[in-house]
Design a protein. Structure first.
Length: 307
């Protein structure tokens, strides 16, 4: 079976490996190289690096809407196109090219969290579980019928990064299961998504990372976890802007105004919130690296409780 794979970030690499395990991946589509790093040099995507290492031809069109790009895909004569966090919209004409259409590995339990940032939004919303869906793609945004799905609990204290890694592996497993069924002539039966329970996981914005101490501490803790490793939550602490890599919600704000420094110690720095308090455990000063609260306090011995 000839597969064309389309993906860009690290999340998609495990699925590319699964697609290549028992099938002929005749081409990999990924986003054009983008400037990155301090030197702003052009950097290939993780999927491109994996494809090159496997000797798979790489295609990087700016768009799939042009007749030239669509003919290039047609010339590959794919039986199936697998799409995982590609980042480009697939026009209807592209969806119709592969014999079995296009499959998408999506990191949520559809129809919950359609869109760009399902992993982070699930943590931020306090969902007890999430998962991965293998979806038959159609023209709408993540609206296609689901072929297979796998559930997984969101662990207490789990960060966006660790959940990302777990779902990447789970996505590869779901894709592998689907490809195995297709190879055996048992194509998974598409199950239409229910109309109820639709939510959208909007793209992350760095402006969202600024914590507001008047919010509920539970909400702030989930935001800190969801936005680690990117874009990393940040807040004002006694007149200094800090980035917050690790935090814990506490029940009692001692009746103090939001933003009040309640306590300092080796376990953390407690800040009053609109409801409860947030204990900052791992922080990062401007231009510095992430450090424990104890190390931060060694550098800022002038912090005054109650301020």
């Amino acid at each position: 079976m000839k597969i064309v794979f389309a993906g860009t970030p690290e999340f998609a690499v495990s699925s590319l490996r699964a697609a290549a395990r028992h099938h002929e991946v005749v081409g990999v589509y990924t986003q054009p190289d983008r400037p990155a790093g301090r030197g702003r040099g052009l950097m290939p995507s993780p999927v491109k690096l994996e494809a090159i290492a496997r000797g798979i031809p790489v295609f990087q069109p700016e768009s799939l809407k042009t007749p030239e790009a669509q003919q290039q895909l047609r010339d590959l004569q794919p039986d199936l196109m697998v799409v995982v966090a590609y980042g480009l919209i697939l026009p209807k004409a592209v969806l119709a090219i592969p014999t079995h259409g296009c499959w998408n590995v999506h990191a949520s339990l559809l129809p919950r969290w359609r869109g760009a940032a399902p992993i982070q939004r699930a943590i931020q919303a306090g969902d007890a579980e999430t998962g991965v869906c293998l979806m038959q793609m159609e023209a709408g945004l993540d609206t296609g019928p689901v072929l297979l799905r796998q559930h997984t609990p969101i662990q207490a204290g789990e960060l966006g990064g660790s959940l990302h890694d777990r779902l990447a592996e789970l996505g590869a497993q779901v894709l592998s299961d689907g490809l195995g069924l297709l190879r055996a002539g048992l194509k998974p039966i598409p199950q239409p998504q229910p109309a109820q329970g639709v939510t959208y996981a909007h793209k992350l914005d760095k402006a969202e990372a600024r914590l507001d101490w008047s919010d509920d501490a539970q909400v702030l803790e989930r935001t800190v976890r969801a936005f680690n490793p990117w874009p990393i939550a940040e807040a004002q602490l006694a007149g200094e802007r800090v980035r917050i890599h690790g935090a814990l919600a506490l029940a009692d704000n001692q009746g103090k105004a939001p933003g009040t420094l309640l306590a300092v110690g080796r376990e953390g720095i407690d800040i009053a919130c609109g409801q409860g308090a947030l204990r900052l455990r791992v922080l990062q000063r401007e231009g510095g690296k992430a450090i424990t609260a104890a190390d931060y306090l060694n550098a800022r011995r002038n912090l005054v409780v109650g301020g």
